[in-house]
Design a protein around this ligand. Structure first.
Ligand code: ADP
Length: 374
């Protein structure tokens, strides 16, 4: 059996918690075959030892099952070229300022206006509601909107050690490009600055102990985003999209970018996906039939109806997530309350904790926890 055939077999093994296989994740660093013994060298950036062990066991079992090998050895290498959790140049910094942060998750989108920041803020709040300690870092240089979404008017303070203290809002620790650069700073100048500023956010911000740090990335999949994702060791990335094709093409580029820097894409969220319509018809409903765009809408015995109308072509998120081999984490409908709460500075999870939309954000948070911690 040659290396290619072995790799084919290893492609059937998914990384635990992901629907993507270990080969396409780039986790096989080398293969050595000698007669009937094989050594598989793994390069896994995760710090989850249990998952690493599970991958090793699956490989061993799959290769032994072929009957071609009587000795399977699994070794692990520390990814030399992987970015470190310091936001600094690799391998120099023993006391990482991010050492107290368990997981870093980036929320990205192919273009602006798809609701990335709104999603990032609500996911952070949903994680907080599950009693995790959560930080939210707004790196959106083009339009840092988290201060608005979270209703923050103050500026961060400096500690006695000249470190920036994140602003505490709704139990989250928040830091934003908007606090520092000011909205008047020309975008053309912010671009080259972003990488330096990001390092500073990690070196000079006192995050303390956090279970999750959620990053609101600048929209797009260009150089700025690539530099950011290369600098940080991301534990996962979430792509937000709207159902239109053009947005989806951009998501594809985003997923490819994360693959390049070996950051696992946790899933795709389709935002503004359809429109929930609720209402009531009065009269003798036994003889009434409601049809909208050729589809019959069921009425309950009180004449009430509730259905989702698609604004764009249906199922873009679903198709795309299948193609990328990552789960579709959620389809969040277009909802006026989302817009209103965002503009008011009091996101859905805070303002309407019992709403179905808040439940969707809660489910996304639960999936993230499930994927990263189990
Ligand atoms: P991005 O970060 O992608 O630029 P924002 O999160 O700033 O996008 O959202 C853009 C606008 O869309 C905001 O006014 C926000 O309130 C609104 N919005 C986001 N998600 C939804 C939704 N599901 N339904 C209705 N409005 C939404």
């Amino acid at each position: 059996m040659n290396k290619e055939q072995v790799l084919e077999i290893l492609k059937s093994i998914n990384y635990p918690g992901f629907s993507r296989d270990i080969v396409s994740f780039g986790m096989i660093s080398s293969l050595e075959i000698e007669d009937r013994s094989i050594t598989v060298e793994l390069k896994i950036t995760s710090q989850n030892e249990e998952k690493k062990r599970a991958v090793g066991l699956s490989i061993e079992s799959a290769l032994k099952k072929t009957g071609e090998f009587n000795q399977v050895e699994i070794t692990h290498v520390q990814p030399q070229s992987a970015p470190v959790k310091t936001g600094q140049t690799q391998g120099v910094e023993p006391a990482s300022p991010l050492a107290g942060i368990k997981y870093i998750i980036a929320v990205a989108s192919g273009k602006g206006g798809v609701g990335k920041s709104t999603v990032a803020a609500n996911i952070a709040l949903a994680l907080k509601q599950k009693d995790y300690s959560v930080g939210l870092l707004d790196l959106d240089i083009y339009g840092p909107s988290l201060p608005i979404i979270l209703g923050i008017n103050s500026q961060p303070e400096l500690t006695s050690q000249k470190k920036l203290k994140p602003i505490e809002q709704y139990g989250l620790k928040v830091m934003s490009f908007g606090f520092i650069s000011g909205n008047e700073t020309p975008v053309i100048w912010r671009g080259p600055m972003v990488s330096r500023m990001t390092e500073q956010f990690f070196r000079d911000v006192e995050w303390g102990k956090l279970d999750y740090l959620i990053l609101d990335l600048p929209p797009g999949t260009g150089d700025i985003q690539l530099t950011l994702t290369q600098k940080l060791k991301l534990d996962g990335a979430i792509m937000v999209t709207t159902p239109q094709d053009i947005a989806l093409a951009d998501v594809r580029k985003g997923a490819d970018m994360f693959r390049k820097v070996q950051a696992p894409v946790i899933g795709v969220i389709e935002n503004m996906s359809g429109f929930q319509i609720e209402g009531k018809i009065d009269g003798d409903i036994k003889s009434l039939k409601l049809t909208v765009m050729d589809k019959e809408i069921p009425l309950d015995k009180f004449g009430k109806f509730n259905f989702k109308m698609d604004l764009f072509k249906r199922g873009g998120g679903k198709n795309e997530s299948k193609r990328l081999n990552v789960p579709l984490l959620a389809e969040i409908p277009f909802d006026r309350a989302i817009m209103e709460t965002t503009d008011m500075g009091e996101p859905m999870v805070i303002k309407y904790p019992q709403s179905p939309i808040t439940e969707i954000y809660g489910n996304i948070a639960a999936r993230i926890v499930d994927i990263l911690e189990n």
